[in-house]
Ligand binder design. Structure first.
Ligand code: PSV
Ligand code: MN
Length: 424
């Protein structure tokens, strides 16, 4: 399904007067509004191909209908989101859930929808029907060399698909680890994993990056072989300058100071990619900013400060992706909410008065430092984000157009009520 441009224009003209009033108010306090709006326009968040259907837990899954049945329909869904918000201009594929059988056709379809191919994701955390060896006891860490080889070859195949599509990054997330003490030797597991990653790294084109994603636990519950940012950084450092750490917000133990982690990784030039979601307890994969919006703001504040300190381009020097799951909401509505929150939080982080903050820090003025951050966090920047969207041809209120155009109902009519997106 496509939303006609005229519908978005009609919606915008209906809201224009109200928007202008809010925008005039918000922009009055912004020192360089054009620069800010340009940064917001440039910033794009990739949507993973596996987030377009209803997720589930090990207790069940309650599909909402109209889910994309193939890669083409996934691209159409992201195209629809992007037409509405103009900030979702990239797709991240998971192999083998989304093998591009005909790469030039898939590339053309993505271009038609104004989408780029973000990082490619490999999968050695599940067994596939045609696979020779099982990953039950790990993939790259496995004590069996033939199993490690199978995992290496899979990753190299993923790179090949990515080259055909014009991607330039590989994200490796390993579920490797152990469920019980004594099950494996930590150093052997690390060394096997490192050697396997090294072989994949050798196959990486010069202009590609490799993201090593860490996760504290799940599906393994005693140890994880890439369990935290220290281990990821160790692998990335040993691999070389094309390897980076990837931070997924849900992959930390409770109350971890993620803003400090990203700050130090940026300082070391080793932060490569980012997966947005939110959580209350574990890797809950909830809508971005739905549980801990202030933490998200503090993380964004460090990202902006750290990237500026290195002269990095906010939009292109890191890989930005949503990695969420939608159990009770319409996945597309949830993604619109997540992207909106990311844009709002990014805008707020851009508005932090860095000079005043540095002065407060240098004077050990804790109260002022806190006031600066909290008053920026409490500033309503939604009209600034909406203005950037308007200037790019998006909708002032994407969610409202999505609902008034009855997108889900139409998708159910088109695709049926029982479809299940691949990978779910
Ligand atoms: C693992 O929990 C993860 O965050 C990795 O990024 C995976 O590739 C993704 O979720 C999808 O399962
Ligand atoms: Mn992730």
């Amino acid at each position: 399904m496509k939303i006609e441009k005229s519908k978005i224009e009609q919606h915008n003209s209906d809201l224009q007067k109200e928007h202008q009033r809010k925008f005039d108010f918000a922009v009055a306090d912004v020192p360089d509004a054009d620069e800010l709006l340009q940064k917001l326009t440039d910033f794009q968040v990739a949507i993973p191909s596996w987030a377009l259907g209803t997720g589930g837990t090990r207790f069940g899954r309650f599909g909402g209908g109209g889910e994309p049945r193939n890669l083409e329909e996934k691209i159409e869904d992201i195209g629809l989101l992007h037409a509405l918000n103009k900030s979702s201009g990239a797709i991240s594929l998971h192999i083998p859930w989304d093998i591009p059988e005909n790469a030039s056709h898939i590339k053309a379809l993505a271009a038609e929808n104004d989408l780029k191919f973000d990082a490619m994701n490999s999968n050695t955390f599940q067994d596939q029907p045609d696979q020779q060896y099982t990953y039950k006891f790990g993939s790259m860490q496995n004590v069996n060399k033939a199993i490690r080889k199978q995992a290496i070859e899979h990753n190299i195949e993923v790179i090949k698909y990515g080259i055909e599509l014009g991607s330039n990054a590989l994200t490796v997330w390993l579920s490797d680890g152990s469920c019980f003490p004594g099950q494996l030797n930590f150093r052997t597991a690390f060394q096997n994993t490192l050697e396997s990653l090294q072989e994949v790294y050798t196959a990486l084109p010069d202009d590609w990056k490799m993201f090593v994603e860490y996760k504290a636990y799940e599906p393994n519950f005693y140890s994880t072989t890439v369990g935290d940012w220290g281990q990821s950084l160790l692998y990335a450092t040993k691999l070389g300058n094309k390897a980076y750490t990837l931070v997924d917000l849900g992959h930390h133990l409770p109350n971890a100071n993620i803003e400090q982690i990203v700050s130090l990784l940026l300082m070391e030039g080793k932060l490569g990619g980012f997966h947005f979601n939110d959580s209350k307890y574990g890797d809950d994969d909830l809508t971005v900013g739905s549980i801990k919006p202030y933490q998200l703001f503090l993380i964004f504040s460090e990202l902006v400060e750290g990237m500026d300190a290195k002269g990095m381009n906010h939009a292109t020097d890191l890989g930005w992706m949503i990695d969420a799951s939608h159990n009770v909401k319409d996945p597309l509505e949830d993604l619109l909410q997540s992207v909106e929150t990311i844009m709002v939080t990014y805008a707020q982080a851009l508005l932090v008065d860095r000079k005043k903050l540095v002065d407060a820090q240098n004077n050990n003025d804790v109260v002022t430092a806190q006031e600066i951050l909290q008053s920026t966090f409490r500033t309503d920047v939604r009209a600034l984000v909406a203005e950037a969207r308007l200037r790019s041809g998006g909708a002032l209120n994407p969610l409202s157009v999505y609902r008034s155009e009855r997108v889900r109902e139409n998708l159910i009519k088109e695709r049926g009520s029982k479809t299940v997106a691949t990978g779910l």
